[in-house]
Design a protein around this ligand. Structure first.
Ligand SMILES: Nc1ncnc2c1ncn2[C@@H]1O[C@H](COP(=O)(O)OP(=O)(O)OP(=O)(O)O)[C@@H](O)[C@H]1O
Length: 260
């Protein structure tokens, strides 16, 4: 990141304004204002239940699958309000990939896990599919480990490999954004470090928003960090500021492990 450019002067992929979300009577997100820069890593941190997952599931409108959800305010993605009735949610879900806490490959071969998305989008040509599979697996730093076993079931991979397979599966439909909800919390330290290295490589081409409970991880890999507490954004700034000189005492207390 160029330290000369302040957060507000960057090109934004998302602009969140006056955003509120309720599950029934639970006010889960309160008056969120957050601008998320393009092609950088933005970390969302905060204690359990503060709204981190809800927030990232809002960015691809997945949260609406919960029937009791009500929302107010706006979220612009590439300057278009994703809640506009004319907005095409299918396109949003193609542009914005998601990787979950636990690797969730399909019960299919490694190859089919990757080819599935492009096939649904109408790609039939075997040569093209082969290329997409290779490119996506290379993009997720998994190709060398699996290139000789593409026909084998994905469940035969280690947990860390399965998570990189899920990242490759997201890449196969050419997204712009990757939402990651605690992507390494089920992984051992070596796999975690591989996924963290991968995130650093991927941010050249993708905007990445990552929820993490691991504060060292946010400090290592993110350009900016938002600290959520009780559904509010307490503080949002460049990661080095959040970790070295936060403005709000609650951020300081959380970072220094006094609660959470
Ligand atoms: N499907 C749901 N129905 C009702 N309430 C929900 C639902 N999902 C989340 N909530 C509530 O919304 C609030 C925020 O939850 P959320 O899962 O977004 O927090 P979180 O910060 O991601 O927590 P964690 O770190 O434990 O995953 C909590 O009070 C939670 O109980």
């Amino acid at each position: 990141m160029n330290p000369e450019v302040s957060l507000k002067d960057k090109k934004m992929i998302y602009t969140v304004k006056d955003f509120n979300l309720w599950y029934g009577n639970t006010h889960a997100l309160k008056n969120i204002q957050l601008d998320i820069p393009t092609k950088e890593v933005t970390a969302i941190i905060g204690p359990s239940g503060c709204g981190k997952s809800t927030f990232i599931k809002t960015l691809n409108r997945m949260v609406e699958l919960v029937p009791s959800v009500k929302m107010t305010g706006s979220i612009n993605y590439n300057e278009q309000n994703i809640f506009d009735p004319r907005y095409k949610v299918e396109q949003l879900r193609t542009d914005v990939g998601m990787v979950f806490q636990k690797p969730n490959p399909f019960p299919k071969s490694i190859y089919e896990n990757i080819a599935y998305g492009p096939k649904i989008h109408g790609v039939k040509d075997k040569t093209v599919l082969d290329e997409v599979v290779e490119k996506s697996l290379k993009g997720a730093a998994l190709w060398d480990e699996v290139k000789d076993r593409l026909k084998e079931n994905a469940f035969g991979l280690s947990g860390g490999q399965q998570q990189r397979l899920c990242i490759a599966r997201s890449l196969a439909v050419e997204p712009e954004v990757l939402l990651m909800d605690e992507p390494t919390s089920a992984l051992d330290p070596i796999s975690t470090s591989k996924v963290e290295d991968l995130i650093q490589t991927l941010k050249k081409d993708y905007s990445i928003i990552i929820v993490t409970h691991n504060m060292q991880q946010a400090a290592r890999i993110s350009d900016q960090t938002a600290f959520f507490l009780n559904g509010e954004v307490v503080e949002y700034d460049k990661t080095e500021i959040i970790y070295s000189n936060p403005n709000d005492k609650r951020t300081d207390d959380y970072i220094s492990g006094k609660f959470g």
